[in-house]
Design a protein around this ligand. Structure first.
Ligand SMILES: NC(=O)c1ccc[n+]([C@@H]2O[C@H](COP(=O)([O-])OP(=O)(O)OC[C@H]3O[C@@H](n4cnc5c(N)ncnc54)[C@H](OP(=O)(O)O)[C@@H]3O)[C@@H](O)[C@H]2O)c1
Length: 312
């Protein structure tokens, strides 16, 4: 049973539509709408209240690149949540390879680092009781038909994961699309390592699949966004290569409530080689996802970048 939910990046796209779908379930009592600003959260809450007829939404101001802000958001949370959906992220904005003050790339910070601090702080404060669900992507196991190569580790060492997080792995030519697959892969391994550390809770990864109707391309030039939204996406949907916003967001709800089918430690996404269709365990496609050494090393590498807050 899912009662209290926190969704990061819930002011837009998949996060917002999953909030709408969770709100329509009978058991849901509260949904915290994670957003980078009050204005964005309030705009989404107004819309969600209108479309669902429910007044169960609260704002949670979370920018996943601002680690102190994430800690503050957990301190401000007035109650326990049972389900966390880590949806915020995407392609890392206009400078995905730029480094944050912690020394990781923007694309890594927005998709991974802030979520790791969020989970660590929620657990420390005993404010997460059941499930943490990370929003991954089929890019983590490669999507050849979209030009996304499968990430293949050379050693799987802590150092290799560190170099992927700080971007040095990519050398001079930082390619946001290539980095995106790696970033989602590392987060997926981190979730599986947590699943083994906390056997009484659920830690798993889900991909929404190729989903139209979100703002994922918003960092691209406006004319290109127009063409993608109005010409490319409708064709992709027609030929079954992408699906609707509702279908993508429903995957979050399915993995949150169907605990018999969707197991802790696993990554559920579309069958190979596509990005739509009924979800399958991605370790059946890419066995490295089940490698416990890789999982532990990814977790350790990520934590190398998390400074401990100075206490007075
Ligand atoms: N659409 C797809 O086909 C697809 C496929 C696989 C996986 N995904 C994943 O699904 C998730 C949602 O993407 P979407 O397609 O729904 O795109 P979207 O409409 O752009 O939504 C992304 C959300 O994340 C938020 N966000 C971005 N950076 C953030 C940060 N540093 N801190 C806090 N929030 C941040 C955005 O906030 P702002 O509004 O403030 O920018 C927005 O609310 C992403 O993790 C994406 O990687 C999408």
């Amino acid at each position: 049973m899912v009662k209290n939910i926190l969704i990061t990046g819930a002011n837009s796209g998949l996060g917002k539509d999953s909030a709408r779908q969770f709100a329509l379930l009978n058991d849901t009592e509260k949904i915290y709408i994670g957003a980078r600003s009050h204005a964005k959260a309030e705009a989404a809450i107004t819309e969600l209240e209108q479309v669902t007829g429910k007044s169960i939404f609260e704002a949670a101001i979370i920018d996943t690149t601002d680690l102190d802000g994430v800690r503050q958001a957990v301190a401000n949370l007035p109650e326990q949540i049972d389900t966390l959906i880590m949806n915020a992220g995407g392609m890392g904005g206009t400078t995905p390879g730029a480094l944050t003050s912690e020394g990781v790339t923007q694309i890594f910070a927005s998709n991974v680092l802030g979520h790791v601090v969020l989970v660590d702080e929620l657990l420390k404060a005993n404010k997460l009781t059941q499930s943490a669900i990370y929003v991954g992507s089929e890019a983590a196991r490669g999507v050849s038909r979209m030009g996304m190569a499968r990430p293949v580790l050379s050693t799987g060492s802590v150092d290799e994961f560190v170099s992927l997080a700080d971007g040095s792995y990519f050398g001079e030519k930082f390619d946001g699309q290539q980095a995106y697959g790696w970033v989602k892969y590392i987060a997926t391994l981190w979730m599986s390592s947590l699943a083994r550390q906390y056997p009484n809770m659920r830690f798993l990864t889900v991909s929404p699949g190729g989903t139209a109707g979100t703002n994922v391309f918003s960092m691209l030039p406006a004319p290109l966004v127009f063409i993608l939204k109005n010409a490319v996406m409708p064709i992709m949907m027609m030929i079954g290569m992408f699906h609707s916003l509702e279908t993508g967001a429903k995957r979050y709800v399915d993995v949150a409530i169907d605990t018999a089918t969707y197991k802790s430690g696993k990554f559920y996404a579309s069958p190979d080689p596509g990005v739509t269709g009924n979800m399958v365990d991605q370790a059946t496609i890419m066995s490295d996802l089940d490698n416990e050494t890789y999982q532990n090393n990814a977790n350790e590498a990520i934590h190398n970048f998390i400074p401990q807050p100075v206490t007075a």
